[in-house]
Design a protein around this ligand. Sequence first.
Ligand SMILES: C[S@@+](CC[C@H](N)C(=O)[O-])C[C@H]1O[C@@H](n2cnc3c(N)ncnc32)[C@H](O)[C@@H]1O
Length: 277
Amino acid sequence: MSTQNSGNKDLADHYSFGGLRERIEHGLSTLSQPPTVASLGAVDEFHVGGRPATAHLVEQLALGPADRVLDIGSGLGGTGRYIASSTGAAVVGVDVTEEYVHVARWLTELVGLSALVKFVHAAAADLPAQEREFSAATMVHVGMNLSDKAAVFTDIAAQLAPGSAFGIYDLLVTGSERPNYPVPWASTPTTSFLETADDYVAHLVAAGFTVEVVTDRSEAALAGIAHQAAATSKGSSPLGLHLVMGPATPTKFGNLVAAIGSGVIAPTEIIARSGGN
Ligand SMILES: C[S@@+](CC[C@H](N)C(=O)[O-])C[C@H]1O[C@@H](n2cnc3c(N)ncnc32)[C@H](O)[C@@H]1O
């Protein structure tokens, strides 16, 4: 397995500052209905565009109950629970942030999906060896933290049966300009490894994938992020990404919106397929 420099203290400090479960429990306690996969979407989809963006990606993977999906950098598990509940596929989420893994398991239990959706605490570069056990993989807003994407893509390829779909939805740079920090995935440039669509394609091809589609989702993303930012503003919603991103949420969103709006960053989907052997 390869090594990554993103599983370090800076990354842990950025993503995890304790009390996440308690904050979500408090939010849930103010709702009149028990939580569902749909209602959790306001807090458990930690990426631009939230649940609609996940649905757009998953739709292209043609998943069904026979599939086993590997979700890299699964966060609070929203993508995994959405996949399981909408397609019947089993999902294994892998994430390096221990607090997120605990919260992901708890939320999955709350909505009765624990038999279908599991979470493993591990770095993407240290995936437990489960050779060719999966028939699809997803990676949503994680590549920005991966310093060696080629190595991670090679590890993912080794977990996939030939012909499996790999759906990526990441924030890509369009050139040499970079956003101002903090942003939702990094407090400083130390844990941010932004690359272009051409870079991603080259890494995927080197790992044995065929790249089928690359889609710039900037327009949909800007509409989606406005909705997400509104849900985090004071008092507007008991569940929102402010519970996950903490006090710097408005600055992180502001820097991200500016970077997407100016074309420095393009939220992009990539659909690739694993090679024949
Ligand atoms: C912006 S969040 C996205 C979470 C989730 N995919 C989603 O869309 O809701 C990025 C996630 O990637 C995880 N991550 C970052 N580097 C990782 C690595 N090397 N291996 C596994 N997970 C990683 C973080 O812990 C975090 O949960």
